[in-house]
Structure formats: C-alpha cells, structure tokens
Design a binder for this molecule. Sequence first.
Ligand code: NAD
Length: 482
Amino acid sequence: MTETATISADDKTPAGSLTMTVDGHPVDAESRIEVINPSTAEVFTTVPDCSAEQFDQAVRGAEAAFAQWRRTPLEERQELLLKACEKIEANLDELARLLTLENGKPLANARGEIGAALGHWRAYAEIEFGDEVLRSDDERHIVLRRVPLGVVGAITAWNYPILLAAFKLGPALLAGNTVVLKPSPFTPVATLLFGRIVNEVFPPGVVQVLSGGDELGRWITAHPGIAKVSFTGSVPTGRAIMAASAPTLKRLTLELGGNDAGIVLPGTDIEKRADDLYWAGFSNCGQVCAGLKRLYVHESQIKEVAAALATVAATIKVGDGFDEGVQTGPIQNKPQFDRVRLLVDDAVDAGAEIVYQGDVPDDDGYFFPITIIGNAAEGSALVDEEPFGPVLPLITYSDIDDAITRANATDYGLGASVWGEDPDQTRRVAEQLEAGTVWINVHPSLLPTVPFGGRKQSGIGVEASRLGIEAYTDISVLHIKK
Ligand code: NAD
C-alpha cells in the first residue's frame, strides 16, 4: 500500500480510513489513486484502486448475501433503509465536507445533495410495489410476481456522487437485490464513507462499495455474476456499457447526458422568471444532467432576457465551496474545464457574442467564469453538444413552431422546459417537446414519487417512483389452473 496524502488540516476522517467496503469489512488495495480538490487543483487524498481479484470477491460476496436478502420481508428492508437514513444524517457534516472537497460545490449545496438523497430514500420506503393478481376466477389464478434480479452493478458520475448513488441503491435494495457500487474516479471519497456508514445497518455483502478507475466499470459490465447495470454518466459510456452487457444480457438502466432546451414564449414576465431561469442553467456550476443548456427566446424579448440573466449572474459569488457566501464552485475536473473553454472559444470564433462573463478567483482551481452567450446558433458545438459547465447560449427565434422543431432537433431527450404566462399556450408547446420530462416555468425538478429518465439517446428506463423500483425486478408469472 502506498502512503496516503493528508485530506486537510482540520479533517475528522483520516485519509487512511477511506476504504472500500466488502462483506461489511473495510478493505484497502495494493495501490491507491489520487483525488484532486478542484478548488485548488491539488491532490488532497488517495483512495484504494480495487484489483480485479478484489472486485471478483465483492461480486461473490454480494451473490452470497443475495440468497438471504431476497427473502428478507419488504417491511424489514424498508426499516433498514430508514435506519440507514438516520446514520447518514448523523454523519451529514462529514459527508458534506468530503463532498465539497472532492466535487467543489458549496458546502450548503453538498448538504443539500445529501438531504435530497435522504428525502428520496425516505419516500422510496413508502412506495407500494409488488405482486399483482391478473386473473382470479373458477378456472384460473394468475399472479404477476416482481422478483429481484440478483447483484446490481451501480456506476455513478461525478456531478452528484451521493444523490446518484441513492437513486440506485434505494430502489435496488427495496426490490431485494444486493449492490456493488462504483463511484467516478474523480469523486470517490464521500461515497466510500457513505459505504462505511450504511454498512453499519445492512447485512454484510448487501452493499459493496469499491473505488477504482474506469476499468472497474468495465469489469462490472463483463462479470457474469452481475444481473443488472444501473449507470449514470455520458452517452458514449452508456453505449459502451450497453454493448458490453450484451453477452450476458444484463438488465440496464441508463441515465445519460442531456442537452435540454428551454423556450421562452413571447409575453413572458421576465422579471418574475429571471431567478428561476438563471438557476435552471447554472445550478451546480452548470453540471446538471437535466439542466437548461440551450435557451430559445422570442426576438421580442431577447435583449430583456440577456439583461435579466446578466443581472442575476452579476450577484453570484464564485469560489472555493468552503468560503463564506460562495454560491458557485469550480468545474469539477480539468478535462471538463478544458472542454467548456473550447466550446465557448469555438462559439465566439463562429460569431456568437459574450453577453456576460463574470469574475473568478485568481487561484489555481478549475474556476470558469459564469458566461452567457448571445447570438448563438445551431451548428456550433456549444449549442449542439452538452456543455456541462457554467455557460448558457441564448438563441433567438421568431416563430414558435420553428423553435419547437429546433429544440427537438437533437439525439438527446432528457429534459426540456417552456416559460410563459398563458397556461394553455405553455402546455400546448410543452406537449410537443421530445423529452423524458418537460417542465413549465421550472427546470429541473426531481421528486421521489415521479419517474425520471431520458428519451432518445438520453437513456433507457427511469429512476425514482414505483416504476424506478420495479426496474430492479423481473416479472415471473404464477399461473394456476384450478
Ligand atoms: P462518464 O460516462 O465519463 O463516467 C461515468 C461513470 O462511468 C464513471 O464512474 C466512470 O468511471 C464509468 N465508466 C467509464 N467508462 C466506463 C466503461 N467503459 N464501462 C463502465 N463504466 C465506465 O460520465 P461523467 O463525465 O462522469 O459524467 C458526466 C455525464 O453524466 C454527463 O453527460 C451528464 O449529463 C451525465 N449525467 C446524467 C444524469 C442522468 O440522470 N441522466 C445524471 C448525472 C450526470
């Protein structure tokens, strides 16, 4: 084992205690990988780099635990999930601190992310799902049973490490599966502690948490002992996972990228909507799968919208997530930072104009200025691809039907939004947008009892709600002739 770097001067979690969890035990690895604090661009700790042998052992352990866990009554599984919430809540300060260190988001937002994860788990524990009698008469009794799948491989992205893990683990465990969880190598730290905490509640082997590079994800998709892969990440990785899962016909939930369009209808009360429009595009430093990424504005209001968004942007403090009053942190990692810069430069070269660009701290972190781009158009990568950073292109339209066509002219289909004051008109436009969720006068909003997922190449399946839990089951029909 290599020597571990220090987390920070006032840390409570010694870096060496950031272990994986296998069969309820803390497990280290022969080698460790470095984790960078995006606010300083410096390595702040290391985590275990799971070996192939350790991965295999974790899958075997989860398979063994499944035999018992699937027979545990649902009420008991629900109780354990709620008990895990209490444990997480008791450790919320430390989890949030690690999340801010590794992700960069302001501490209040890190706390908010963990709070949202708890809210989802508590609500999931009350969702009714299960067997359904399809026919019962003198001749036949037919029951549609919902049976667990086995071991679920859960793979998460770096923008919401704890919330994304909660979206997967809660439903998977309630449905009677065991889980091998792998966070992004960019943000494994809080997830490792999360794994230690929930293992105080669940029986050994039910929740295995491993850290490692992308190859760990590839091992998950290849392993015959994994029955389902539940993945959140980019479209290209989603495609690779689907292909790699084919030989063993794994079940898949793919929550992939988005390039969500918003349409501001003529006559919208811009002053009233400005704050919500701003945060639709810029929350979590623009690193939200279903964040607003292209804003279509009617020509009659384009100047007003640009000015209103710039006014809000000018009030935002960008900086280290631990600093007082900071509302927006850095971009989470260097490759993403470079990509956002490239997209903005490329759009400006092609004729777009910078309507607003904010200040950033004069530090080494991956701070990108909040940027609002005007005169943007399809054909530039900034508009056609998912930027995933603090930049929002404004696109002018003159005809609503044309705006709808342009908003839909993408392979993505995660979210979309319509902004306006006339309920009939906003609804009529919303129903024509091709997305898993279409919001009106808000964007995005995810609730535990409401399914969330992508259409087109933004994904397969949904998370949250009864449907999200049933996604971790197979159907087995019991057909009795009387
Ligand atoms: P990514 O696809 O690069 O990585 C995601 C995860 O997949 C990581 O844990 C990574 O280690 C793992 N991985 C990489 N290659 C793999 C492979 N071949 N097989 C298996 N696993 C592999 O995505 P990212 O950059 O971490 O996340 C950003 C993307 O995630 C954006 O596109 C964003 O829109 C998307 N996202 C989607 C949702 C949603 O719910 N739809 C939510 C959050 C983020």
